[in-house]
Design a binder for this molecule. Structure first.
Ligand SMILES: NC(=O)C1=CN([C@@H]2O[C@H](COP(=O)(O)OP(=O)(O)OC[C@H]3O[C@@H](n4cnc5c(N)ncnc54)[C@H](O)[C@@H]3O)[C@@H](O)[C@H]2O)C=CC1
Ligand SMILES: O=C(O)C(=O)Cc1ccc(O)cc1
Length: 364
């Protein structure tokens, strides 16, 4: 028996899920595209077995339907699905970064013969589109499911079993609690990153030295400011109430720094850094998830011609998959620090052993 999986929206997340399922025994993946050029792209990129421009055809006889579109489109697609003939027992799920609004929609739109279970794979990146899709995106990450009380355990188990192909860890959370927590650890940081980049962008208009000197650290904490504008417009508007509360608290934090600076309160500043460092040190380090999807390795490199090429070649020759390479500090005549980023922990460990053996000083 073959299980049909319909992916509505085949971008970063839909495409990555499709890659987890495609080619697995007994699974077939059908992509729905709203534009002709996307249909062709989905097929050509090989992430789906087939694609169609017809929503009805995409979901016909499907055992699982994944809604992988921006959050603002979820409700309209959910309503469209409720009016289409679906296979008895079909499971509809989504991957939206907010869960309360789609859960509320599922409460008032009646589904006949199908079940809705909200979902949120808590890993991703600042990239968008099917070209950024990866079969290993969710490995080791948490994958939140928010089933309502009407959903039978049997349906929840079927979806959990399918999601085992992502190698993510399933966790069950109430939709409202999900939005509170994810608002604080993901949505607020995205707002802060964008605001910070825009603040510096404005200063840079009168003096381009800002851009020139904005090296490692600034790039690090603002990576997520490059995230997709439409996807994030929808997430922020959907979690508006929670974010308004979080921004009030954030403003209080900023005021506290303003106050400490005005009062020249060195002790207060020290204490703020100490408390933050202590809490950060107990965050799960190696779990892939929001805001840290890569395994990083650091090495000292002399500022000499050919250094970067030499290291990259050694890794390539040894079949070690490098995701990103960056010089995060490089001054004339002073050793620089190179950061090598890997998607797989195993690649990072192998690179460490290799570079150690070649005499480089490497640390994690
Ligand atoms: N970007 C991330 O890291 C994460 C995103 N999410 C959620 O996943 C969902 C999808 O986001 P991404 O994959 O990042 O975005 P994306 O932009 O890579 O993919 C969105 C897909 O939806 C399609 N689409 C756009 N308008 C459409 C329409 N009217 N009808 C049908 N399809 C349409 C696009 O063509 C694209 O294939 C969002 O709800 C987002 O909140 C969840 C976890 C992580
Ligand atoms: O790129 C990052 O670090 C992210 O934070 C990715 C991300 C974006 C949206 C989500 O709902 C979950 C994860």
């Amino acid at each position: 028996m073959t299980l049909k999986i319909a992916m509505i929206g085949v971008g970063l997340i839909g495409g990555s899920l499709a890659l987890c399922f495609k080619g697995k025994p007994g699974l077939t993946v059908m992509g729905y595209a709203h534009l002709k050029e996307l249909k062709e792209k989905y097929i050509a990129s090989g992430v789906v077995d087939d694609a169609t421009l017809s929503l009805e055809e995409a979901v016909q006889d499907a055992d699982f339907i994944f809604l992988c579109v921006p959050v603002g489109l979820l409700e309209s697609y959910f309503e469209k699905l409720s009016r289409l003939p679906l296979k008895k027992g079909c499971i509809i799920t989504d991957v939206g970064s907010t869960k309360a609004s789609i859960a509320a929609c599922a409460e008032h739109v009646r589904l006949t013969d199908a079940y809705f279970i909200g979902g949120h794979p808590m890993a991703g990146s600042e990239r968008a589109g099917v070209d950024a899709a990866s079969a290993v995106l969710f490995e080791n990450a948490y994958y939140v499911l928010t089933p309502s009380t009407h959903v039978p355990e049997e349906a929840y188990s079927r979806l959990s079993e399918l999601l085992a192909y992502t190698r993510a860890q399933i966790v069950r959370v109430e939709p409202l609690l999900h939005d509170d927590i994810v608002g604080a650890i993901s949505h607020l940081p995205h707002v802060i990153a964008v605001a910070l980049v825009n603040q510096v962008r404005e200063y840079n208009e009168s003096n381009p030295l800002y851009k020139m000197l904005a090296a490692g650290g600034f790039r690090d904490i603002t990576r997520i400011a490059s995230s997709d504008a439409i996807v994030w417009r929808d997430i922020l508007l959907s979690n508006r109430e929670v974010l308004l509360g979080l921004l009030k608290d954030w403003n209080r934090q900023m005021l506290s720094f303003t106050d400490m600076l005005e009062q020249k309160n060195g002790e207060g500043i020290e204490e703020a850094f100490r408390q933050a460092r202590e809490f950060r040190s107990v965050l799960p380090e190696r779990r892939k998830g929001m805001i840290s999807p890569l395994f990083d390795l650091y090495t000292d490199v002399q500022d000499a011609p050919g250094m970067i090429g030499k290291i990259a070649t050694e890794l390539g020759t040894n079949d070690i998959n490098l995701s990103n390479l960056e010089i995060i500090e490089n001054r004339v005549d002073v050793p620089g620090i190179m950061r090598l980023s890997f998607r797989q922990e195993e690649d990072m460990e192998r690179a460490k052993t290799l570079l150690d053996a070649l005499g480089y000083q490497v640390w994690v």
